[in-house]
Design a protein around this ligand. Sequence first.
Ligand SMILES: [Mg+2]
Length: 224
Amino acid sequence: MGFLKINDNIIKAVIFDFDGTLAKLNIDFQYMRKEVLRIASSYGIGPNLLKTKFVLEMINTVSDELNLKSAQESENFKKETMNFIEYLEIRAAKDGELFENTKKLLICLKANGLSTAVVSRNCEKAICLVFPDILKYCDAVVCRDKVANVKPHPQHLHTAINVIRASPPCTLMIGDHPLDIETGRNAGTFTAGVLTGHHLENDFLKAGADLVLAEAGDLIRMIK
Ligand SMILES: [Mg+2]
């Protein structure tokens, strides 16, 4: 059995982002944002406060705002937007696929005694469409539906870490977005960025990543 080490620290668990890290999904986030803004405006909420937020945070902000006046309006808005983003996620998942080395990597980590989990802001249905037997390869999947606060909030990562009985200082969080690095740093894990999404090495270094890999599959070669 080999060890995965980062700066002489032995890593016992690896937690993956899903989209862009283990699989290619092509979710149309621009359209998603545009449509959520349109739905918000149909509830009388303008775009001013929402420009810089990620979609899930936009939905929560609008929903909290609406809740000040009407719990029903807030609930309707949330239902309408969450249904819409789930529709886009599932549509993308139908054309999505795992990266070539994903299964090989997960098998290799397991064979070397490491625990694994996925933390994703995507819905569980979409992940299961792309990777139906994911739980044969990976110890836990924690999607947005399972936590009150999604990443970059550390609760999302801590939930996965607790499920697989790991501990933050022995865990590596790996993802294709600087937000994944922020999540790991917030949760007290080691972090790695991968270049299989839309971000460059420098984006990850700026975010404070411990390492940057061309792809998640490169971890296989790091086990010694
Ligand atoms: Mg991703």
